[in-house]
Design a protein around this ligand. Sequence first.
Ligand code: 8YV
Length: 327
Amino acid sequence: MHDLLQIGTFPVIAQSLIDREFRCHGRQALQQDDALRNRVRGIITRSNFAVPGDVIAGLPNLGIIAICGVGYDLVALEAAARQGAVVTNTPEVLNGAVAELCVGMLFALLRRLPAADRFVRAGAWREGAFPLAANLAGKRIGIVGLGRIGKEIARRLEPFGVTLAYHGRADQHLPWRYERDLHALARASDVLILATPGGRASARLIDAAVLAELGPGGYLINVARGSVIDEPALIDALARGLIAGAALDVFDNEPHIDERLFGFDNVVLTPHVGSATEETRLAMARLTLDNLHRFFDSGTTLTPIDLVPTTAHAAFALPSDPQTKAG
Ligand code: 8YV
């Protein structure tokens, strides 16, 4: 059974699967045991935990970093490339779960479901009716980042009678309108959905100027990464009523997020649960383990990340130490 460095905590159902197939150790155990550190050829982690360059450089025989998750923006990719380690993630298996959460957040936002629940529980219904909300049908939806998850969101929204447009690096010649200019997409959208990868290329893409284009009738949904939004600018826009509302599953500094977000009645908050279903997390854990087994058996992997071209998505802001993150 191979020894792995484990960075991050996994749901119990996934950890029990992992522990049946590999011996996992924490950073402290490796720091105290040179022989163990030299035996470790793999890191297993989750995409919302950091894998800094010093951790990678400290493992002389590292061959694989297996990420349970699709995002790899918290892994020091350049350090992995220097070490000659392959980096794998778990694409495709989580597309449906993240898209389902996005659709749920969209309804929660437009129909103000969390506020309606609080309204009933507070007994306010006895005093009068809950305020009118907004339809989804007829809305103009702009998707920033039409990758695998973005396309899944678009496919799930089409039956609801919406108009779909998207922004990204290139026109994919799909049935939905491509908008090369992000500001123009925000201006022409009632709801802007962020589904782009995290990392340097998308860092703070949604800033005060884009939010101003979205405007007082516009809503923002983020199921991508907190780093994609200039969060102080978003908080300012919400406080000044410059946008109609937001639904956020990802944030800066998870789980210690900016508590000013708690005070907005027109904001839906979820704790980075895009892929957090039993079925999906088991499928992600299975694919992560299969990558590891394939590597140790043959030196190949199922879902490698192409390190060279994707350094544009390289780590945006690696914390000094791997941070325990919920989600
Ligand atoms: C969570 C995600 O990170 O896959 C990603 O990039 O953000 C989510 O799936 C989850 O914690 C991954 O294990």
